[in-house]
Design a protein around this ligand. Structure first.
Ligand code: 3HC
Length: 311
């Protein structure tokens, strides 16, 4: 049975009263939030790498500026989320150390390479599309700082998805070579985007508890289904084919029937065996090491300033 504090806590969650940093909370609630918000923040930071790969190769100055703005947005999203996680008593250095040592993960999707410019369109359209599908409900998550971070992040995400879809439209309505490149990008990003929503509900170890605490608002399968239902018409508008021969509108369900991703691939990527896992982690370790002198300088400066004040 619940302790009186736990009962009072659950009553607040059930009444949609936001839980704030100084409120009593079950240890499991705190741990789940540190895990989820930390991995969400890591995803924003690592997610900059596949796109950063194309900033110097964008086909026009305008596309370069847009991509630069998007990558900068994601750094900011990471900052909001690390700050939300810090309110739970974990430091940013601890979270960074957990990422670099492989103890904490980031979204599986970022372990796939961006091989062509059309991939940057597919990332904006599909990956940010899936991210929006997942993040919009998270604005109502029970933990105050996470909910407020989500509200800010969602405001910027729709621009990310629209600019991706704009690239796809340009390619899909361009030359035969461009259309082929767009179809190839959809073929390679479709199933990894479905994996972003997490394992099937039957396989999801955290969903039941996370939904009881209103950390998670919808199940993984619910959001995946909504994503497919929204995205298939967009692919049709582009004149592209979703790489799934089982895709079929199901009238009584009011949604598409579709093939599940290859879950063995998903769990393999989570274990670190995706196409880019090593590159992504090496890039982050290098960035951390190369930035040591900046952190040392800032700390030395702060200490000198503090010492002067004392004197
Ligand atoms: N990539 C990596 N790990 C994943 C995953 C994915 N796509 N989906 C699930 N997992 C992991 C979970 O973290 C958990 O492992 P853990 O216990 O070691 O943390 C395990 O698989 C079981 O999955 P569950 O469904 O039981 O776990 P959750 O209840 O945490 O649900 C989730 C997974 C739906 C991703 C949830 O954590 C969530 O909503 N997180 C916040 C959203 C997020 O992190 N999005 C990242 C991509 S969006 C983005 O980066 C921003 C955009 O700008 C690109």
């Amino acid at each position: 049975a619940m302790s009186p504090e736990e009962a009072a806590f659950q009553d607040k969650v059930d009444a949609d009263i936001k839980i704030e940093p100084r409120d009593w909370m079950p240890e499991g609630y705190r741990k789940t939030l540190i895990r989820q918000i930390g991995q969400h923040a890591h995803s924003e930071i690592v997610g900059q790498l596949p796109e950063g790969n194309w900033i110097t190769r964008a086909p026009t100055l305008e596309r370069k500026m847009i991509l630069l703005a998007k990558v900068q947005d994601e750094a900011g999203h990471g900052l909001y989320l690390y700050s939300a996680a810090e309110t739970l008593g974990v430091t940013r250095d601890e979270l960074t150390e957990a990422l670099l040592s492989g103890k904490m993960k980031y979204s599986s999707i970022f372990n796939y390479p961006t091989l062509t410019w059309a991939d940057i369109g597919a990332v904006g359209w599909l990956v940010d599309g899936a991210a929006i599908m997942n993040q919009v409900p998270l604005q109502r998550t029970s933990y105050g700082p996470y909910s407020r971070a989500m509200i800010r992040i969602c405001k910027e995400e729709s621009f990310h998805q629209r600019q991706g879809y704009d690239i796809m439209m340009k390619m899909a309505q361009g030359s035969e070579a461009q259309k082929k490149m767009a179809q190839d990008a959809l073929n390679r990003f479709w199933y990894p985007s479905l994996m972003m929503f997490g394992p099937s509900d039957a396989e999801s170890v955290h969903s039941a508890q996370s939904m009881a605490w209103k950390i998670k608002i919808n199940t993984n399968d619910e959001l995946r289904q909504k994503f497919v239902d929204q995205t298939v018409p967009q692919a049709e508008y582009l004149g592209l084919t979703v790489p799934d021969e089982n895709l079929k509108w199901n009238e009584e369900k009011g949604g598409y029937d579709f093939s599940e991703p290859d879950w063995s691939e998903f769990f393999d990527v989570l274990k670190g065996n995706g196409p880019c896992n090593h590159d992504r982690l090496n890039d982050r370790v290098k960035a951390w090491e190369d930035g040591q002198w900046v952190r040392d300088g800032l700390l030395a400066h702060a200490e000198k300033k503090a010492a002067r004040k004392v004197a």
